[in-house]
Design a protein. Structure first.
Ligand SMILES: Cc1ncc(COP(=O)(O)O)c(C=O)c1O
Ligand SMILES: Nc1c(O)cccc1C(=O)C[C@H](N)C(=O)O
Length: 497
């Protein structure tokens, strides 16, 4: 009996492996209709084919029908697809800029869009719903690594006793560099960067017990724990609530990088008492490549300062509501006085007070389009669909025509410990062959050298049909790669998961 029963495990091969099964799963899920909100590139688009009078109609390896078929895009964990409404919203932004110039900042725009000056406030409520926060606790601003630095400039306050930063050993390089450079910035030796590595070299899995024990081991000397909500490589979803509680019980501040969690899994940053978090809006959020990111600062930090300053909230003025010292800019200062040019920084209470510059209205417009798609459903409903999609992907991958398969899934088997993504470790020597084959057949997934493919069915736009087509093409790619490399060992190295 498997430890985590898969709802598709009971379905017989003849049904489960059929396209009809995938199509019927799509048919009975009302959220399947959200796919129409997105532009799905065709296989021909990806192959750079254009049909029509000026297009390249030269015969290629693939039929015209195949070129016109939607590609199998399972890479929303790296870059989400474009919502159809993004073009409409961006065109409106361009029209406003062209026809109103500077007045675009102040005048409500067509289609009920707020003036650019108020776009930051307009995005709060929808963003807060997605990350389980109060609107005052979130803001759309800057980019992920920049936000981590800004937040650490407020939350990482090393003392002679407490100065270490704990991260995980396979942290995304940017997070590693950010933490490392914060230490250097404070003239603290790099040995104060503590990395949590998996107990077993065979698996990237970090048990919660292991994470808690490393934190406890360094508790007296640690100032900050910075962890990902979902690990980019393994797809492991950490127990944010428990780890946060553990850190707080030891007097340690904790921040979360939600790059791979936001828009993917429900989180409750407010209820879980997370100190701070940051994310990008270009993966599951579908805001566009390198688009403006977001951050969260718990309102508790304001309350702590309030009581320390006065104890009577009625007599608090804006100046006393500052959470923390922070690196400041004019966009974080009180809106009503912003244009008085008085050089008195009056922080906006809440996360908005962390803003620096006037944000790119183009970016904000693009994020608005993406949030409006999320508002057609809820993150909880998306999660329910995502659990089914990923379970289906898992079960299909486990059914390979010879045993063991030439790959294994390194993402936790427990659905509560993963989001949409499954990371597939291929037997040595297969990756390039498999990748060439699947890309040639219109599949887009992410590779992490030397042997891992990350496959992420994004619940907003991916379908069971996508997963079906992926597995058929991927497994055929594996068979061909094994035949080409003639590698017997390639068939047996990893074993089944
Ligand atoms: C976990 C994680 N941290 C940091 C980054 C870097 O983000 P950015 O380039 O937006 O700063 C990424 C992705 O690029 C990521 O996945
Ligand atoms: N691979 C990337 C790229 O080619 C351009 C920009 C970003 C990336 C990334 O790796 C994005 C992301 N953090 C990821 O985990 O896929």
């Amino acid at each position: 009996m498997p430890k985590y029963p898969n709802p598709y495990a009971a379905v017989n091969d003849a049904d489960l492996l059929s396209e009809a099964f995938a199509r019927s799963e799509d048919g009975r899920d009302p959220l399947s209709s959200l796919r129409a909100e997105f532009v799905i590139p065709t296989k021909g688009d990806l192959r750079n084919k254009q049909y029509g009078p000026l297009g390249n109609q030269a015969a290629g390896a693939h039929s015209e029908d195949d070129d016109h078929e939607e590609s199998v895009y399972l890479c929303g964990n790296s870059l989400g697809l474009q919502p159809r409404r993004t073009r409409e919203y961006v065109n409106r932004y361009l029209d406003t800029w062209a026809s109103k110039g500077v007045f675009g900042h102040f005048k409500p725009l067509e289609g009920g869009h707020p003036p650019w000056l108020d776009l930051d406030d307009a995005l709060k409520e929808q963003t807060a719903r997605i990350v389980g926060a109060l609107p005052s606790e979130v803001v759309v601003m800057e980019t992920l690594t920049a936000n981590l630095h800004l937040l650490m400039s407020s939350f990482y306050k090393p003392t002679p006793d407490r100065y270490k930063i704990i991260i995980e050993g396979k942290a995304f390089p940017s997070d590693h560099y950010a933490a490392q450079s914060q230490l250097a910035h404070h003239n603290i030796p790099s040995s104060a960067l503590i990395t949590i590595t998996p107990p077993s070299a065979d698996s990237p899995y970090l048990t919660t017990e292991h994470i808690l024990s490393v934190i406890s081991q360094h508790n007296a000397s640690t100032a900050l724990v910075l962890l990902p909500g979902i690990q980019f490589y393994s797809g492991q979803f950490f127990d944010i609530e428990l780890i946060t509680r553990h850190c707080h019980s030891l007097g340690i501040t904790v921040g979360w990088d939600l790059a791979h969690a936001v828009g993917n899994v429900p989180v409750k940053l407010h209820d879980w008492n997370v100190d701070f978090a940051a994310w990008c809006n270009y993966k599951y959020m579908n805001g566009g490549p390198g688009v403006i990111g977001g951050l969260f600062v718990h309102d508790n930090h304001a309350k702590v300062e309030q009581t320390q300053v006065d104890g009577d909230a009625k007599h608090i003025n804006h100046n006393q509501l500052v959470y923390k010292p922070r690196l400041s800019g004019w966009w974080g200062s009180d809106k009503s006085r912003r244009f008085r040019m008085e050089n008195e920084f009056v922080p906006i209470p809440g996360a908005s007070g962390f803003q620096l510059s006037n944000p790119s209205a183009l970016d904000m417009t693009s994020v608005l389009a993406s949030l409006d798609v999320f508002s057609l459903t809820s993150i909880e409903a998306l999660r329910a669909r995502s659990l089914r999609l990923t379970a289906y992907l898992e079960e299909r991958l486990l059914r390979y025509d010879s045993k063991p398969p030439p790959y294994k899934i390194i993402t936790p088997a427990n659905p509560a410990e993963r989001g949409a993504q499954l990371s597939v470790l291929l037997n040595p020597g297969l990756l390039d062959h498999v990748l060439n084959y699947i890309e040639e057949h219109g599949v887009v997934v992410d590779e992490r050298k030397p042997d891992v493919l990350r496959v992420a069915p994004a619940p907003l736009y991916n379908s069971f049909w996508d997963v079906h087509r992926f597995v058929v093409i991927f497994q055929e790619g594996c068979r061909r790669a094994i035949a080409r490399t003639g590698s017997k060992s390639a068939e047996t190295t990893n074993g089944a998961s």
